[in-house]
Design a protein around this ligand. Sequence first.
Ligand code: ZN
Ligand code: MN
Length: 133
Amino acid sequence: MDCENTRLTQQRKVVLEELKKTTAHPTADELYEVVRKRLPNISLGTVYRNLEILSACGEILKLDLGEGKKRFDARMDPHYHLRCTQCGRVFDIPYVPLDKEIEERLQGVNHFKVTGIQIHFDGICEECLKKMN
Ligand code: ZN
Ligand code: MN
């Protein structure tokens, strides 16, 4: 994909703006519901396609947390994710560098150069823990 010359269309601009407003890591469907309020004629397919282009061009992150659905994140500084198995919400947690030994070992595997990393942890959030007590 030619990202340099990929024009930021009005629709794509709105999709990106709305994703930047949330820390909820929405799916395409969830973001569509928000974008639709500003662009009533936009289709789910268009939102989906724009999210794919934005992630392919490194503008946003596409997250697969093993839920059978993709989530999107406009936060691009390195960070990890916590997913609550009870309510399904996804939280940001600060980036913790992997220790040198793990990193070196990864670099050595099949001469593979690591260019990105996504780590997520499953657990139970504070709110859900309170409800359980
Ligand atoms: Zn929860
Ligand atoms: Mn995030």
